[in-house]
Design a protein. Sequence first.
Length: 118
Amino acid sequence: MRSSQPVKEQPVVGQWVEGIDTPVVNERAVRASAGILFLAGFSAWLWSVITGDLQPTIVAQVICGVCLLLLYLETAFGICLGCVVAQRFARRKPQLCAGDTCAYTPPAKGEQHSILRD
């Protein structure tokens, strides 16, 4: 017996690009948004320091610190914790990780390492 209710479409994050099977997120726009949010957060923190009322900003500082730590790990070491968590727990493994980190296999012990691809 079929339901008479229409099938709801799931929201899509990103844009469809010809030749890629999944929607692609414009990372430049995402990073620009993160920079704007950081500027707003820093302004709020600076205002609380100037006025001497630091109580409301403690939770925001912890959240901001965790976010900056994640950004640092991704930038400095190429570790994207979102990809790591998705690889461990998602039903469908990620396919298009930044820097192709999902498909990377480290060289065997004693094997010559090269960044050039054949």
